[in-house]
Design a binder for this molecule. Structure first.
Ligand SMILES: Cc1cc2nc3c(=O)[nH]c(=O)nc-3n(C[C@H](O)[C@H](O)[C@H](O)COP(=O)(O)OP(=O)(O)OC[C@H]3O[C@@H](n4cnc5c(N)ncnc54)[C@H](O)[C@@H]3O)c2cc1C
Ligand SMILES: NC(=O)c1ccc[n+]([C@@H]2O[C@H](COP(=O)([O-])OP(=O)(O)OC[C@H]3O[C@@H](n4cnc5c(N)ncnc54)[C@H](O)[C@@H]3O)[C@@H](O)[C@H]2O)c1
Length: 480
């Protein structure tokens, strides 16, 4: 006999888990959610929200410096303590509000560590050591991810930062070493450099943000270097240590002297702190997935309906094989909620563009990287499309060459690329790079999901003088 019986139990109350529970509960199912730390998950306290709260002020300040008449009036840089205080207002490590939302919505919150205990069963170990057994018709894993730890000598001895220490930083260190030139690495390089730290970024690949169009990485690298970031590509850290820190001129940090990293070319780089930003691993190691025949530590392989096993086990968000982005996780969550509701009613699941299939996962995953320049992309890159066997042609255009771009900022540096499936004459990918492009990507997302033919896009007239006029130039460059 279980302590609690519900229709749906969700393990993990990040943005994704909360959405599954909310969606299912709204449609009449009873729901419980298990959370071991803070309701709201990584995104609310240590990822999306605090990072963007830190990035927006430095981005805005940089924009003022590209505008004659404003640059002179707004000078002297940002007020670091005010920026950190605003970050705290958005991402203080207190989940009272989010927990209240759950209880207001009628969802049972179980605080503790959840583990599968066989089919349709979850065991929760509370912080005081007591346990609650939960029986549910449907179990949803939404446990998120944890930072990857590359095998580097000494890494466990230097108190390296993860995204948690970086996004919750209370005092800007004099210098920061960053391991990894992916999304976390470049966003945090932007924040810390512009809040006053010297930054060295070590990336073992030959370009930054390697999953985007190569030119996006090149422009971003040039901008970071112009800001004074020391970018080391095609470089690996082989060992790290902390110097003694006293009497030798080394900078002191809260945890000792400087971090010294040995690189594979034999040279050394130093920083007050080391941020490891080398990717994420699904939080499925200590989850009891072996009790249902799955391998711990791997992402749970969910199909288009987010189903992992039978009609009862589901996975969404960073713990699954889907895209590791909050908006995509929440999309999977809406699908998952609607799928369990349909199954609870004995209904057939719908097709590709119904509420029961996460089709966009394969065709149109948008992402905005909030650096300066911003990088906003959706769907395939040109190389990714070719790898997938699509017949494509890509065209690019400088955003600074349209009136809207040149008015937006002096010397506007940025471009747009569309990747066109030449057989179907529809867009399958798009990238926008530059100041203030974040919101431009949604038009491309709509064009891709709607499979809007180029001939029809010709009639989607961009307003003058906006940066969206680049759409017209792209179509003309393509040959329309
Ligand atoms: C620095 C940084 C910045 C980012 N910025 C963006 C951004 O701007 N936009 C974007 O779309 N994405 C961004 N991401 C990615 C985004 O944070 C994740 O995709 C998102 O948080 C995934 O949500 P989730 O609910 O799956 O997992 P999480 O947010 O990680 O939540 C999972 C929850 O499950 C809990 N949990 C785990 N295991 C158990 C267990 N066994 N029992 C009980 N509870 C458990 C955890 O405590 C956590 O609260 C960023 C990531 C990082 C690291
Ligand atoms: N704005 C956003 O949407 C946003 C912001 C931050 C993070 N995220 C998401 O969070 C996830 C994690 O981000 P991330 O940057 O940690 O991972 P990532 O996979 O984007 O990048 C990791 C980078 O580290 C490099 N790397 C790995 N091991 C290394 C080593 N030993 N030495 C040197 N370089 C090494 C890789 O080449 C890669 O470029 C991503 O899925 C990302 O999409 C999204």
């Amino acid at each position: 006999m279980s302590d609690l019986e519900v229709d749906v139990v969700v393990i993990g109350a990040g943005p994704v888990g909360e959405n599954v529970a909310g969606r299912a509960h709204q449609q009449g199912l009873s729901a419980a959610i298990v959370e071991s730390r803070l309701v709201g998950g990584e995104c609310s306290y240590y990822a999306c929200i605090p990072s963007k709260a830190l990035l927006r002020p430095v981005d805005l300040y940089a924009a003022t410096q590209r505008m004659p008449g404003v640059a002179e009036a707004v000078s002297g840089g940002v007020d670091v303590s005010a920026v950190l205080a605003r970050r705290d207002a958005f991402a203080a490590e207190d989940d009272t509000g989010q927990a209240d939302w759950l209880s207001g919505a009628g969802i049972t919150l179980l605080r503790g560590h959840g583990r599968l205990a066989g089919e349709r069963a979850v065991e929760v170990t509370h912080h005081d050591g007591t346990t609650t057994s939960v029986a549910a018709r449907y179990v949803v894993v939404a446990t998120g991810s944890t930072p990857a730890r590359p095998p580097i000598d000494g890494l466990d001895t230097v108190n390296a930062w993860t995204n948690q220490e970086a996004t919750q930083v209370k005092e800007i260190p004099a210098s920061l070493l960053i391991l990894g030139g992916g999304v976390v690495g470049v966003e945090m390089a932007t924040v810390f450099r512009r809040l006053g730290a010297r930054v060295t970024l070590v990336q073992h690949g030959d370009r930054l943000i390697p999953t985007t169009e190569p030119e996006a990485g090149r422009r971003l690298q040039a901008a970071l270097e112009a800001d004074g970031v020391d970018v080391r590509l095609s470089t690996s850290m082989t060992a790290v240590r902390r110097d003694g820190g006293s009497g030798d001129g080394a900078e002191r940090s809260s945890t000792g002297g400087e971090v010294v990293a040995t690189l594979d070319d034999g040279s050394e780089v130093r920083g007050s702190e080391l941020l490891v930003a080398a990717g994420r691993r699904p939080a499925t190691s200590d989850l009891g997935v072996d009790t249902v025949g799955l391998e711990p530590g791997r992402p749970l392989d969910a199909d288009e309906s987010t189903t992992v096993l039978g009609d009862w086990l589901y996975a969404v968000g960073d713990a699954s094989t889907g895209a590791k982005l909050t908006h995509m996780g929440k999309y999977q969550a809406r699908i998952c909620g609607d799928v369990v509701v349909a199954r609870s009613r004995g209904q057939e699941l719908g097709g590709r563009y119904s509420h029961h299939a996460a089709t966009a996962e394969h065709t149109a995953v948008p992402q905005v990287i909030f650096t300066d320049p911003q990088v906003a992309a959706v769907g395939y890159t040109e190389a990714g499309a070719r790898d997938a066997g699509l017949p494509v042609r890509a065209v690019s255009y400088e955003i600074g060459s349209v009136a809207g771009g040149s008015l937006q900022a002096d010397g506007y540096d940025g471009f747009a690329t569309i990747v066109v499936d030449t057989d179907r004459a529809v867009i399958v990918g798009a990238t926008f790079v530059g100041q203030d492009v974040a919101d431009m990507v949604h038009a491309a997302t709509i064009a891709i999901v709607g499979e809007v033919p180029l001939e029809r896009l010709w009639h989607a007239v961009p307003s003058f003088p906006t940066m969206s006029e680049v759409w017209l130039r792209l179509l003309e460059t393509y040959g329309l």
